[in-house]
Design a protein around this ligand. Structure first.
Ligand SMILES: *Cc1c(COP(=O)(O)O)cnc(C)c1O
Length: 403
């Protein structure tokens, strides 16, 4: 007898749960796109988009997913034949590099495997060895959504400065914006790439590229093409009116509502703290489960974990069994293991991910943890007891701490 009726919970790392308020805001007829409300609404979003990334610099909005934003960012700063250094800490930094190679960019890789953050000393060493200054840009993810590792963006920037290198520093925050603390200007990122469907709680379809003055100076040497050019997109008179074509009106209404919730109602500092508290509760549950049997977090050191998603390793294909059980019996969808071999490989089947990015609260977190706990009991998978008790205690402690 499945117990999966009732509201389903999507606990995958993007698209994330879209708040009803955002969905309702999108449920409107298209407006006059040439003047009036929509124009001023887009203008009003720019300061809020700056606030979530902690920057004073420019942001271009594209109608695309994260892959489009990756391409947009590269097209404005490099051209075929230029070299970039792609930091890899899982799957996404790797794939950004693959996309660059397909544009004819010469991609030098710096790989840190599937269980560790990037090592800033190693980055400094590689940049020091580039005595001719061939490397035009360093790309990294803040958070890799496959491994759930979080890189120390400020430390990586310090390594570029310490090496005395001129490379542009480009950071993918697609998984982490609106989840993990991010300070574009204070930490020295020149370009930040993001999308709307993870921490920003809006259906997939909007990509964002933030760029500072140094990045703007690189634009002169690139040939972005009409659609990807960030110059007109950052010019209010040109762009707010034409959007490089028809504006994505419904998405803009949704994003407006989501930014109200994040920036004006909850406040970005509180958004980050809420993510920390909910992720911390999952990790407390995981520590309890893992006290017997094989379950463990892919990233051993909590300091290097993102609060947006957790990648969990199990024995053999227990991960797949847990996911299937949660889907069929509990109405909870968990994320598949990605980046560790092909989707059907043994390495993938032993991993699952819990997306805890965006619109989440205690009942959602406890509901997902409860479903996983019941799954292991029903399936006879060995695990430590007391996970929900541990999660509850962790939640109570963070609420008290933040009171
Ligand atoms: C989701 C994600 C992407 C890709 O975004 P799409 O919208 O799926 O194209 C890139 N980088 C990171 C870190 C992501 O989490």
């Amino acid at each position: 007898m499945p117990l999966s009726q009732g509201r389903k919970i999507l606990a995958i790392p993007g698209p994330s749960v879209i708040p009803d308020r955002v969905l309702n805001a999108m449920h409107r007829a298209s407006p006059n796109i040439y003047e009036g409300e929509i124009v001023s609404e887009v203008e009003g979003m720019i300061p809020d988009l700056r606030a979530v990334a902690r920057t004073e610099h420019e942001v271009a909005i594209y109608i695309c997913n994260g892959h489009g934003a990756w391409e947009a960012s590269l097209r404005n700063v490099v051209k075929p034949g230029d070299r970039i250094l792609a930091i890899q800490t899982g799957r996404f930094g790797t794939n950004w590099g693959v996309l660059a190679s397909q544009m004819g960019v010469d991609v030098q890789k710096l790989d840190f495997g599937m269980q560790s953050p990037a090592d800033a000393n190693k980055l400094e060493e590689v940049l020091r060895a580039d005595t001719e200054g061939k490397i035009k840009a360093v790309t990294t993810v803040q958070v890799d959504t496959a491994t759930s590792v979080k890189n120390d963006v400020a430390e990586l920037k310090n390594a570029i400065v310490a090496a005395g290198h001129d490379a542009l520093f480009m950071v993918d925050c697609i998984a982490s914006l609106g989840c993990d603390r991010y300070e574009m200007d204070a930490w020295g990122a020149d370009v930040t790439v993001a999308a709307c469907q993870k921490g920003l709680m809006t259906p997939p379809g909007l990509g964002f590229v933030y760029f500072n003055d140094k990045a703007k100076s690189f634009r002169k040497h690139a040939v972005p093409g009409q659609y990807w050019d960030w110059v007109p997109r950052a010019e209010p008179e040109i762009f707010y009116q034409y959007f490089g074509g028809t504006p994505p009106v419904s998405h803009l209404y949704g994003l407006r509502e989501a930014l109200d919730m994040l920036v004006h109602e909850e406040g970005i500092e509180n958004v980050w703290s809420r993510h920390e508290a909910l992720a911390g509760a999952y990790w407390a549950a995981l520590d309890a489960w893992g006290s017997k049997g094989s379950m463990k977090h892919n990233i051993a050191d909590r300091a290097f974990r993102t609060v947006a998603v957790s990648t969990i390793e199990t024995a053999e294909d227990d991960a797949q069994k847990i996911r299937d059980w949660c889907e069929k019996e509990a109405g909870v969808t968990l994320g598949i293991g990605i980046g560790f071999g092909t989707p059907s490989s043994a390495e993938a089947r032993r991993r699952f991910r819990i997306g805890h990015m965006g619109h989440n609260n205690i009942p959602m977190m406890m509901g997902v943890a409860g479903a996983i706990d019941a799954a292991m009991k029903a399936l006879g998978i060995e695990h430590g007891e007391g996970a929900l008790e541990a999660a509850s205690r962790a939640l109570a402690a963070s609420v008290n701490r933040n009171a």
